[in-house]
Design a protein around this ligand. Sequence first.
Ligand code: SAM
Length: 471
Amino acid sequence: MYDPKSMKAEEFICHEEILETLAYAEAHKADGALIDAILEKAALRKGLSHRDASVLLACELPDRVERMYALAKQIKLDFYGNRIVLFAPLYLSNYCVNGCVYCPYHAKNKHIPRRKLTQEEVAREVVALQDMGHKRLAIEAGEDPIHNPIEYILECIDTIYHIKHRNGAIRRVNVNIAATTVENYRKLHDAGIGTYILFQETYHKESYLKLHPTGPKHDYAYHTEAMDRAMAGGIDDVGLGVLFGLELYKYEFAGLLMHAEHLEAVHGVGPHTISVPRIKHADDIDPSAFDNGIDDDTFARICALIRIAVPYTGMIISTRESQAVRERVLPLGVSQISGGSRTSVGGYEEDVRPTDTEQFDVSDQRSLDEVVRWLMELGYIPSFCTACYREGRTGDRFMSLCKSGQIQNCCHPNALLTLREFLTDYASPETRALGEKVIQAELANIPRDKVRAICADRLEKIVQGQRDFRF
Ligand code: SAM
């Protein structure tokens, strides 16, 4: 029944296979010899199967757990260096016909104000985001064929890409909207989107059906097979995720990795990113009503094991997590974080933080400038680079560069250049001063003379306003 190459949700996310995996992991959680063998395999940096990774998730031997964390940190450094890419969500509309029981945008919520941005409002949000320094957005919308049809989403994307305010520009629009048809995915692809993101929420079918009692999202197979349709529509960067707290985390972890294995088996390219959201309080949503919440230690272990199991897949942590939790998981393999986020429709433009349309409470409420400074204080290079996508380094081309460890040769200079853009155009004096020191130190570390010289030249041109190159 289990077949990673099948195009049927219930065969590539096979319930029986997950149950057997969990039983196997439980039976071997103290099997030192097996765990050592899996860790040795993991050290080859070629990833792990859902079974092997599940054994590591179940493992209760403290010294082996320490080795997992050390390996995750090393893989993060080898594949992603010390760069962290920054982005912000942009909520377009909270109209929604679905009944997701964890989301305040569910159709039965009659007291939450419903809002949908006009194109003028989208433009004002984008100006506000550009003025913060953002170059990369993830657009978010509820599912509503009347209020938010694909034409509306496409119009918003077009508006976003066309706003050029001062030195600002949004260079990559990632899209997080409900599962749709191949035809619509093709339209999104043609509109020049970056990653198509869709969280599975839960891989457990029975729970999925209960958690999505009404609306088109109720269809488990249609939702689970969405990434295959996205790829058939020409989108080769897709982002997976589960909403931790809905189901048993061990089940979700195995399902997530099986989904990644399926994409790799069928399309020759795994997910571009994996997100790890946890349920948050929101309007009429109380996270304690869900039985499967995970603590910070478990959350950190999951992050580390995703890094080990799919080393070439980016990992995203949003502002759902606090500064402290983000600080803890950054070294374990995170490659992208959001900063200065608003999760309400129209939240960036308004002076007073609006909470009435918020999708969930934001834990990390710092400004983008503060997040950038904090990253540098921790030894990271904040990056606003979007070059891979515009240079066509997506999908399997990105993966093969990443798998060979080469991506750093492009990414590191680009990270420094986009950081310099941020410092010159948007940073506070304090952040700028620290950033300049960081850039000088990092520049000196670029090993190839030619690359270093080009980078130094362009860094200077940015300050002088001669920007005839983009990242
Ligand atoms: N409507 C689209 C869909 O159904 O996929 C877009 C997704 S929604 C704007 C983004 C994600 O937020 C959801 O996929 C869900 O995982 C997450 N989310 C919803 N309610 C949440 C809550 N209370 N706390 C944290 N995350 C939540």
